[in-house]
Design a protein around this ligand. Structure first.
Ligand code: RB5
Length: 142
């Protein structure tokens, strides 16, 4: 499975650990985030990951900033993106089941790396339930 990942300066170490773990599990990871601690603007990273998801290069996206808040707000301004800020496996799983989220946002200063990985695995391995949820997601898209 192809996944695009992006982060600002607050998420470099967190991103590296996550990429290493995900690659060792066989996921194909496209890194479009920053790799240095020099300050960058998270909306630019949100846009890069969103483009990969929308053009089909990646099935899902992962966005990381300090809290996950700014980068998820930015991504959700882009039509077709449903970015879910998740703090545990439950919210990660439900964001797929009920909201058909296509990007998971994580806070590098909020979560431990192991919990971040567990969130991503719950996210990418859960199918959208459809049914009544499809109607609601359709209204979001309108
Ligand atoms: C950067 O210092 C920080 O503001 C950013 O990573 C993020 O937490 C914003 O929501």
């Amino acid at each position: 499975m192809k996944i695009a990942i992006g982060n600002d300066h607050a998420g470099v170490e967190f991103k590296n650990k996550l990429m290493e773990e995900l690659r060792s599990k066989g996921y194909e990871i496209m890194n479009v985030g920053t790799d240095t601690l020099d300050s960058v603007d998270y909306p630019d990273i949100a846009k890069k990951v969103s483009e990969k998801v929308l053009n089909g290069e990646a099935k899902f996206g992962i966005l990381i900033c300090g809290t996950g808040i700014g980068i998820s707000i930015a991504a959700n301004k882009i039509k077709g993106i449903r970015a879910a800020l998740c703090h545990n496996e439950y919210t990660a799983k439900l964001s797929r089941l009920h909201n058909d989220a296509n990007i998971i946002a994580l806070g590098a200063r909020v979560l431990g790396e192991d919990l971040g990985l567990a969130c991503v695995e719950a996210f990418v391995n859960t199918e959208f339930e459809g049914g009544r949820h499809a109607r609601r997601v359709g209204k979001i898209e309108q």
